[in-house]
Design a protein. Sequence first.
Length: 149
Amino acid sequence: MIALGSDHAGLPLKKEIIALLEEMNLEYKDYGTYTTDSCDYAVFAQRAASAVSSGECERGILCCGTGIGISMAANKVEGIRCACCSDCYSAKMTRKHNDANMLAMGARVVGVDLGRMIAEIFLTTEFEGGRHQRRIDQIMAIEAGEILS
Ligand code: RB5
């Protein structure tokens, strides 16, 4: 199950991502927003990210104008590693090396075709593990309040 969230600015791109998920036969849950009325991205970031954090959804995709605000908000939710990407290489590497569990994109930054490509790569690329797991563990230790040595 893929968690989706956006604000009003990200809504058009989120609709494209929904079409992609349907083509890929992937189930999704859309945590809003559902209209173009101006709204606050943090609300929808928190709702979608909480679904990933709880395990209800395996991964999530978020859209706002730049992808930045909504990724910042998602990354405040425990267990979330949300990568804001506007290119295919970053999308691939954030799965392989960072085990990102959420992707954020900016509808005012990437076009529809690029956005769909980035999302497809994010959804189909596996984490490499190995030495990268140690680094993920360090990120999560920071979240837990530990001081890294
Ligand atoms: C909304 O105008 C815009 O600020 C928001 O979508 C996002 O780009 C913030 O990071």
